[in-house]
Design a binder for this molecule. Sequence first.
Ligand code: DAH
Length: 338
Amino acid sequence: MGTKINEIDEIKLELKRDLRDSFSSDSVDQLNTKYLGKQGKINTLFKTLPVKTDPKIGRQINELKNLIQEMLSAKLTETMGDEQHSIDVTIPGTEIPRGSLHLVTQAIEEIETIFLRLGFVRRRYPEVETDWYYAEGLNIPKEHPARDDQETFYVGDNTVLTAHTSNGQLREMELKKSPPIKMINIGKTYRRQIDASHTPMFHQFEGLVIDKEINITNLLGVTEYFAKSYFGQDRRTRLRPHHFQFTEPSFEIDVTCGVCQGTGVIHKIPCKVCKSGWLELGGAGMVHPNVLRNGGLNPDECTGFAFGWGVERVLMMKSNLPDLRLIYSDDIRFLKQF
Ligand code: DAH
């Protein structure tokens, strides 16, 4: 009797192993034949065991048969499901949309490359800055009206979010300790402002060149080189007198408008983009002796020029964008054009 029961148990064990090793509906079919087919294990049991004399055995074989049927049909459902979900490697794949660098990042890289070609070093100086580097050391005393020029975010009595990248001038002088200095500081700047051409956060690039005999013609040369490289060879630049506390003399730099080619008119109608043929690039000038001194340099031994221009501004001028805020929108139709 014991051996007969063992035979049933053995079949159960064997079935378990078989099920574990079968991964397709075909192999489940084969198991079906092996266990439940005409010559299968169950029929063999019925034939070989004393079913007639011991009805208990007959019942046990029937129970085993039911169990095998259940397990095989469960396995069949499982393998068929897998087969439906399995990957057909021959089907052409669905393309995952590719991202790209943001236009401001692209512009920064382009600007950086142009200045690196001229031998400038790329710097990044703090965006959260003390009053000294941000204003006082740049010849803008406390209570001076020039403090009102920029809508500064104060984060403490003595600490600001930089409203310009000019703080990099003093930091670079301190770092290098002596000329020659030739750096481009590109960073984020912050002002309390928002309209079509202003956002609370934007980027500036600040150039600083200091050496023994640096003069305005050097500034002009660098300005022309930048304008022609970034905007196009047909562009020209000009200086307009201006005032900044940290430069003397100071200028605004203009670039010819790309839409009307600097003429101010298109088909005898005034150019809508510039009105005058010129677009304002930004401020520049010869570094003020007080600033050189505050940076630890001797104004009798060296001179320098500096400029601070807006990344988004040059990007808008180049692409004729009507609204700066578009750059920071998440409208993929707009961003895709670049
Ligand atoms: N810091 C000025 C601003 O944000 C721009 C500027 C003007 C920077 C003249 C300079 C400069 O380096 O020489 O408005």
